[in-house]
Write a protein that binds this ligand. Structure first.
Ligand code: CP
Ligand code: NVA
Length: 307
């Protein structure tokens, strides 16, 4: 039987996502109460990193430990990939040793190629196009905080054309959460992503809006979300800093939203660039709860894909 991969958000059906959320909640409670849950005893996860990571690397490794398994941290620079061994051969060989492969890559095609050649599940730990583990964690966190995902509006302020925005858009459409992006015209969400979400948008009657004015966009928002203005691998730094200068999530922007609006960021943050210290450390921020949930949600993803 072909393994089940998580290369991008749409690899999971709505029911599967809810199974992951309920399992994540259960595993989080067990972890907090010290109840063992070694559901992946003896299993190994290979983690390939082409780019830096703090949360993804540590949360996946700890996830495997808590589930009774083991994780191997493999920088692509230390693998024979660095000397030209193909992704396909790497996938075929690693599949003979481990039970799952998680990879963080520059080009999304590398994830597709890994999945095509692997006989064990492949998880996308971030590519230039998608960051599904992040978006799953984010929607889980919103569900945890609001007790529901119904009648909510998530507003993303900043780069409308990056991996986190793309994954959030696809997942919001799939789960029935209204999604608004406030971004400069030059960095707006691609039609290709909106096309991928089209069926879910119609089926779930979700409102997706792409706006330019951040103040207009945050009106009525339940959640304001931001991310770096310069994602890993982007080189047009100067142009971006100029283009996004009016898109900072600060106290003034929050004054246009509901008083109880929650603020999220996938991290790492460039403090006082896309978000001010005041907001990041302020009462509306749920950013560090969100970061913690990477662990609980990824444990559920691993259990779901490996058992
Ligand atoms: N949010 C996130 O993926 O963080 P890292 O880059 O630290 O893994
Ligand atoms: N969009 C960011 C996310 C980092 C977790 C990046 O790709 O750098």
């Amino acid at each position: 039987m072909a393994p089940k991969h998580l290369t991008m958000d749409l690899d999971l059906k709505k029911e599967e996502i809810w199974e992951i959320f309920h399992l994540a909640k259960e595993l989080k409670e067990k972890q907090k109460r010290g109840i063992p849950h070694e559901l992946l005893k003896g299993k190994s996860l290979a983690m390939i990193f082409q780019k830096p990571s703090t949360r993804t690397r540590v949360s996946f490794e700890v996830a495997m430990t808590q589930l009774g398994g083991h994780a191997l941290n493999l920088s692509s620079q230390e693998l024979q990939l660095a000397r030209g061994e193909t992704i396909a051969d790497t996938a075929k060989v690693l599949s003979r040793y481990v039970d799952c492969i998680m990879a963080r890559v520059f080009d999304h095609q590398d994830i597709v190629e890994l999945a095509k050649n692997s006989t064990v599940p492949v998880i996308n730990g971030l590519s230039d196009k998608f960051h599904p583990c992040q978006a799953l964690t984010d929607l889980f966190t919103i569900w945890e905080k609001f007790g529901t995902l119904e009648n909510l509006t998530l507003v993303f302020v900043g780069d409308g054309d990056n991996n986190v925005t793309n994954s959030l858009l696809l997942l919001c459409a799939r789960l029935g959460v209204n999604f608004r992006v406030a971004c400069p015209e030059k960095y707006k969400t691609r039609k290709e992503i909106l096309d991928l979400a089209k069926e879910d948008i119609e089926k779930n009657k979700v409102k997706i809006e792409i706006l330019e004015d951040p103040k207009e966009a945050v009106k009525g928002a339940d959640v304001i979300y931001t991310d770096t203005w310069v994602s890993m691998g982007r080189t047009d730094v100067k142009e971006r800093l100029e283009a996004f200068k009016n898109y900072q999530v600060n106290k003034e922007l929050l004054s246009f939203a509901k008083e109880c609006v929650k603020v999220m960021h996938c991290l790492p943050a460039h403090r006082n660039q896309e978000i001010t210290d005041e907001v990041m450390d302020g009462p509306n921020s749920i950013i560090f709860d969100q970061a913690e949930n990477r662990l609980h949600v990824q444990k559920a993803i691993l259990v779901k894909l490996l058992t």
